[in-house]
Design a protein around this ligand. Structure first.
Ligand code: FES
Length: 69
C-alpha cells in the first residue's frame, strides 16, 4: 500500500526506513533519495514513528521530532 503517493513510498518501505533509525517523517523521503511534495503522507508516517517508539520513555519527544521540519 502506498503511503506517499507523490514519491511512491509504500508502507513496507516506511517500515524499512524506520527500522534503519529514521526519526523524522521527511527523513523517510531522504532515506529513499527524494523530498516530500504535498505533505499528505506526514500524518501516516508520524503515526508509524510514534507506534515504533510507543514503548520508549521518550515517545512524546520522538513524536515532536517527527513533526518538525
Ligand atoms: S503524499 Fe507524500 S509528499 Fe505527497
Amino acid at each position: 500500500m502506498y503511503i506517499c503517493n507523490c514519491n511512491g513510498i509504500t508502507d513496507k518501505e516506511v517500515e524499512t526506513a524506520l527500522n534503519a533509525g529514521v526519526e523524522r517523517w521527511d527523513d523517510v523521503h531522504a532515506f529513499y533519495g527524494c523530498e516530500p511534495c504535498c505533505g499528505q503522507c506526514q500524518c501516516e508516517i508520524v503515526e508509524a514513528i510514534v507506534d515504533r517508539d510507543s514503548n520508549a520513555d521518550d515517545a512524546l519527544p520522538a513524536a515532536a521530532m517527527a513533526m518538525a521540519g
